[in-house]
Ligand binder design. Structure first.
Ligand code: PMV
Length: 368
């Protein structure tokens, strides 16, 4: 048999929504009930690296995540693989005398190895970077000609939020109108150079895995929350326009107000769900009160907060100075547990992952 292997590697950062996606109108195609907007993190932090390989020697499609084999039988993987295979084109490596014709792709099997550069158990979104990276790497391997937006519609079928990780900077996922999902895709609003002052700090409040997955949480909210209906119809459409304006104008005061309000409404929808879903914990709430208090005392907001389907705080500081002050204060008011190794903190240039072991917080008074 033939002995060759052809490989491609891609790297994709995760993204954090500042206008949240919560609720699907179609669960199979993953079509949302509202538009969402996110910021893509610096690839040096919180990113996935995926290598995809094809060889006539491979007997079946297989995938390894952080070195451990995982099943590809789930619908989400199957949808992504099918959609990308459909678009595969001829690939030729003249030097090595390898030629894969368009029709060959249907019979060839893939091996996929994916790594997260952050602890998967840290409760930080990994599916967003993961599916975006998988689709992007496969598109490169198979010489797919579709652009990033078209690829985002494929990544969306792996995990909704993944469609926004195909671009850097600020990204909008347009919900679309079509039933087949062809117009539910991501577009770049501004690239990563547009608003370089921003600093993103992730405070890991708890590294436990969330109790309610986003999939079942969304389903329960869509079925039982009237606030979700109101949010999708009356609130998000206007808020999305205002957020786009704030981003274009680098208007931090508006940006912070909108991002915080949207995070809070998303968690209010969770509370309005039957049975209620609690993603934030006491520490999350204390961080919110603390940031609100600081912003009020400064006169103009210095920091925005946003929380996804878990208790960890994503804090967006207006500039390096505000970020430095925030970290100092966080360490003071939320001291790390004694067994937390300060040197093991990951400090980056634009994105800072702080595992401050915030569960250890005892000093509630300090914040009130
Ligand atoms: O793409 P999913 O199924 O992991 O859902 C993500 C949902 C939130 O993170 C809470 C919001 C968002 O827009 O990313």
């Amino acid at each position: 048999g033939e002995k060759w292997v052809l490989m491609k590697t891609a790297q994709t950062p995760t993204n954090i929504a500042v206008i949240k996606y919560w609720g699907k109108r179609d669960e199979t195609l993953i079509l949302p009930v509202n538009d969402s907007i996110s910021v893509t993190l610096d690839p040096a932090h919180l990113c996935t690296t995926t290598t995809v390989a094809v060889s006539p020697a491979f007997q079946q499609d297989r995938m390894w995540l952080n070195g451990k084999e995982i099943s590809l039988s789930g619908g989400r993987y199957q949808n992504c693989l099918r959609e990308i295979r459909k678009r595969a084109r001829e690939v030729e490596d003249k030097e090595r005398g390898i030629k894969i014709e368009k029709k060959d792709w249907a019979k060839l099997h893939l091996h996929i190895a994916s790594y997260n550069n952050f602890p998967t158990a840290a409760g930080l979104a990994s599916s967003a970077a993961g599916f975006a990276c998988l689709v992007f790497a496969l598109a490169k391997l198979m010489n797919v000609s579709e652009d990033e937006s078209q690829l985002s519609a494929i990544a969306r079928q792996g995990s909704g939020s993944a469609c926004r990780s195909l671009f850097g900077g600020f990204v909008k996922w347009i919900m679309g109108k079509e039933d087949d999902g062809s117009d539910s895709l991501a577009v770049q609003l501004v690239d990563e150079k547009h608003w370089e002052d921003l600093f993103i700090i992730i405070a890991v409040v708890s590294s436990r895995q969330k109790e309610t997955s986003s999939t079942s949480g969304m389903r329960e909210s869509v079925e039982t929350s009237s606030l979700l209906q109101h949010r999708a119809k009356e609130v998000v459409p206007k808020r999305t326009i205002q957020m786009e304006e704030a981003i274009q104008n680098r208007d931090f005061a508006s940006f912070a107000k909108l991002a915080c309000a949207d995070s809070n409404q998303f968690h209010a929808v969770c509370l309005d769900t039957l049975p209620p879903i609690f993603y934030m914990n006491d520490t999350s709430h204390r961080i919110i009160s603390y940031v609100e208090k600081c912003n009020r005392s400064e006169g103009t907001p210095q920091v925005a907060y946003t929380f996804d389907a878990g208790p960890n705080a994503v804090l967006i500081a207006r500039d390096r100075k505000a970020a430095a002050q925030l970290i100092q204060r966080l360490l003071f008011y939320f001291p790390p547990k004694s067994d937390t190794d300060l040197d093991s903190y990951l400090l980056g240039d634009k994105t800072i992952l702080k595992d401050a072991g915030l569960e250890g917080l005892k000093d509630v008074e300090a914040l009130s």
